[in-house]
Ligand binder design. Structure first.
Ligand code: AMP
Ligand code: GLY
Length: 424
């Protein structure tokens, strides 16, 4: 098969890496990709949001399967466009992607179908939202309705902070039209975990769980980022809990989407808080996680291409999906200054010095001659696995010092909580 992966981050590099191991692959393309994907697939210089150019490239190269990494093309309707042109594509339609692209839609769905989530109200009037915030007890969570690159949810510890978040979103319009509506919701307490599932619209097969780290500094300090690391499996999330989330959240959501006339196919990502009352949804995403994918796909033993085809064909109940028991940790190396402003074009050294079984998934990188240069905020995800979390941690942190680019920084506490290190 000729396969096209859409996107250019470390999530997409991990998709390309896994897909390249499938015996089904003839030619593998990625648009736009990065320096890392260029080593195992053909990079096409097309933006992930240039849907028309992507469709033309797919037709020109006789693509048999397209796989979408990021949310933006899904929300813009890439699946609908490719289907119209007769190109097989993995992912939900534009309408079904609303589960991620509109938090107000997702919340209304959960409320209608009794899917456990934070108590919440939606507003399109700033004054009404303000009045409501004033009578809530902090902490209060203020969320922009639309896509905001993972930055649209603001957990506020005082009323003033929540009012400021509200004004930033609705009046200053820091997330543009994504802030036309907001959710004001109760703050849930507990451990956070991501549980994703493959679904063909009927059958729902949960994957292994993973945790990600959104804040830039150790101990969850500093501003939010696109993700600074992740690990799988979290030891506090067992099979019983996976079954519970499948039964109370994932399956009811897929049934609800079908009932609402927007059948959901692809990956359903549930961001969860494990509260004292049980697991509750923080958010849904309509795709694989970043950086979760970088630690999940190395644990997947089955052929990802076969799984995707079964999702598309509606035969997910006919296949078995196997995962390894190993532990996997991914640590993101970011540019100096990220998530604020940073330099790009800096040479990355030492990639050839790391252990053979340590994987480096590229994100913001590009090649110039025989050099690899930085080209974004999150530059690399360094991934190691082991029999235990302790072994994987030892491996990943002993390899990172070989890799160098000016100003690079990374978190030292990924998965530390599993080992009770640093007191968290
Ligand atoms: P979201 O954009 O909804 O994924 O939220 C981003 C982050 O904000 C989550 O990973 C949580 O850490 C936090 N968050 C979102 N909603 C809530 C909530 N209702 N209670 C507590 N934390 C939340
Ligand atoms: N790791 C968060 C996300 O993929 O949205």
């Amino acid at each position: 098969m000729n396969i096209l992966v859409i996107g250019g981050g470390a999530r997409e590099h991990s998709l390309v890496w896994k897909i390249s191991q499938s015996p089904r692959v003839k030619e593998l393309y990625v648009a736009p990709g990065n320096a890392g994907t260029g080593l195992i697939a053909k990079n096409l210089d097309i933006k992930a949001t240039d849907l028309e150019a992507l469709a033309q490239a797919a037709q020109g190269r006789e693509i048999d399967l397209a796989v979408v990494g990021p949310e933006a093309p899904l929300a813009a309707g890439i699946v609908d466009l490719f289907q119209d042109r007769g190109i097989t594509i993995f992912g939900p339609t534009k309408e079904a992607t609303r589960i991620e692209s509109s938090k107000v839609f997702a919340k209304a769905l959960m409320q209608k179908y009794g899917i456990p989530c934070a108590k919440s109200r939606s507003f399109s009037s700033f004054d009404d939202a303000k009045g409501y915030v004033k009578i809530q007890k902090p902490p209060i969570v203020v969320k922009a309705d639309g896509l905001a690159a993972g930055k649209g949810s603001i957990v506020s510890h005082s009323t003033d902070e929540a009012l400021k978040a509200l004004s930033d979103i609705m009046q200053e319009r820091i997330f543009d039209s994504a802030g036309d509506q907001v959710l004001i919701e109760e703050c849930l307490m507990g451990k956070e975990v991501s549980l994703l599932a493959f679904t063909d619209g009927k059958t729902v097969v949960p994957m292994v769980a993973a945790c990600d780290y959104k804040r830039v500094f150790d101990g969850d300090q500093g501003p939010n980022t696109g993700g600074m690391g992740s690990y799988s499996p979290p030891n506090f999330f067992d099979e019983e809990m996976t079954g519970r989330v499948r039964d109370t959240i994932l399956e009811p959501t897929v049934r609800a989407m079908a009932k609402e006339g927007m059948p959901y196919k692809g990956v359903l990502y549930a961001g969860l808080m494990l509260t004292q009352e049980g697991p509750k949804v923080l958010e849904f995403n309509a795709r694989f996680g970043d950086p979760e994918n970088q630690v999940m796909l190395p644990r997947l033993e089955s052929d990802l291409v076969e799984i995707m085809l079964a999702v598309i064909d509606g035969t997910l109940d006919k296949i078995e999906i196997k995962w390894s028991n190993k532990a996997c940790i991914g640590v993101v190396m970011a540019s100096g200054g990220y998530p604020g402003s940073y330099k790009i074009g800096l040479p990355i050294e030492g990639l050839d010095r790391i252990d053979k079984d340590t994987i480096v998934f590229h994100a913001g990188t590009k090649t110039r001659g025989d050099k690899i240069l930085t080209d974004g905020g999150r530059v690399l995800t360094v991934v190691a696995s082991g029999k235990t979390i302790a072994e994987a941690r030892e491996k990943v942190y002993s390899n990172i010092p070989f890799i160098h680019f000016e100003g690079s920084h990374f978190r030292k506490d990924i998965a530390a909580r599993e080992l009770n290190l640093f007191g968290f």
